[in-house]
Design a binder for this molecule. Structure first.
Ligand SMILES: NC(=O)C1=CN([C@@H]2O[C@H](COP(=O)(O)OP(=O)(O)OC[C@H]3O[C@@H](n4cnc5c(N)ncnc54)[C@H](OP(=O)(O)O)[C@@H]3O)[C@@H](O)[C@H]2O)C=CC1
Ligand SMILES: O=C(O)C1=N[C@H](C(=O)O)C[C@H](O)C1
Length: 246
């Protein structure tokens, strides 16, 4: 029997592509919801649910996934620490794949960022993250930019909260502090998603850039994650686990 996958946010930019990718993967589209639909019924009638909606809805859907015993694939970004704690709580009873970015390229970028940060001393190499997205995006910095920041902090043996984030520089900011990671967010046009991590030192710069040209790459990754998650024990996973890198 094929896996029945439900899609929360089915009419959105990602939701429409996800419907196509579910069919392309040979799975069954169990149904989909928008803002005014019955999420309870979606979870009851699906073997796994993919959510690309928004932060508040993602939190509610994490609780529904746990209540119905359904794997959850979570792509929504902009979650607060409290909302992320609710996702982690759900992952105690069901598999949850929570990825800031479902493209394989970004999974590799995170791994490389962590390794580079482990080698380049923060006293000499300032880490700066620049991202650009389409004008409809509502959260900043992007989930992927925050994920990159977390990877850099991890490479430096700390958390992002410990090293600190410097974003929205404007006016008389004073010299750059040593340690915090800088973030800049650009918005405009129809840019699907671009991220650059820059390590800047006195005598050299090294930059890693990822560009998505088609958001289908995220949809393919999310469906792959759903098929994978359906066979996993409860736990909090991300794309590196799905790709066998974790
Ligand atoms: N992790 C990843 O790889 C990626 C993550 N994203 C993230 O996914 C999210 C969605 O992105 P995108 O598709 O571009 O955004 P859209 O705004 O195009 O789509 C979101 C959809 O969710 C719907 N929605 C809102 N509230 C609910 C609800 N309570 N129940 C069900 N559906 C609801 C919206 O409906 P309505 O229009 O009625 O409000 C809308 O159709 C964002 O957080 C984005 O950052 C995006 C791309 C890749
Ligand atoms: O909103 C988007 O479009 C995207 N959101 C994700 C993010 O916040 O990182 C992933 C990708 O960059 C596209």
């Amino acid at each position: 029997m094929t896996l029945r996958i439900g899609i929360a946010g089915i009419s959105g930019r990602m939701g429409r592509l996800l419907s196509e990718e579910v069919a392309a993967a040979g799975a069954t589209l169990a149904g989909g919801t928008g803002r005014n639909d019955d999420a309870e019924a979606l979870f009851a009638g699906s073997d796994a649910v993919i959510d690309f909606t928004n932060a508040a809805t993602a939190e509610a859907h994490a609780a529904l996934a746990a209540r119905h015993g359904r794997p959850l694939i979570l792509g929504s970004s902009g979650l607060s620490s409290t909302q992320e704690a609710a996702v982690a709580e759900a992952a105690r009873s069901v598999p949850v794949v929570y990825a800031a970015n479902f493209s394989p390229g970004v999974a590799l970028l995170f791994a490389m960022a962590e390794r580079m940060a482990a080698v380049l001393p923060p006293e000499q190499y300032d880490a700066e993250i620049v991202e650009m997205h389409h004008r409809q995006k509502v959260d900043a910095p992007s989930g992927t930019a925050i994920g990159l920041g977390r990877a850099v902090a991890r490479g430096r043996g700390r958390t992002l909260e410990e090293v600190g984030m410097e974003s929205g520089r404007d006016g008389h900011t004073g010299p750059r502090a040593t340690g915090p990671i800088g973030f800049a967010a650009l918005r405009g046009g129809q840019v699907v998603g671009e991220h650059t991590l820059l390590f800047a030192a006195g005598s050299e710069h090294i930059a890693l850039t990822h560009r998505s040209f088609d958001r289908r790459v995220y949809a393919t990754g999310a469906v792959r994650a759903a098929l994978w998650a359906a066979k996993q024990p409860p736990g909090l996973y991300d794309m590196k686990h799905v790709l066998g890198m974790g």
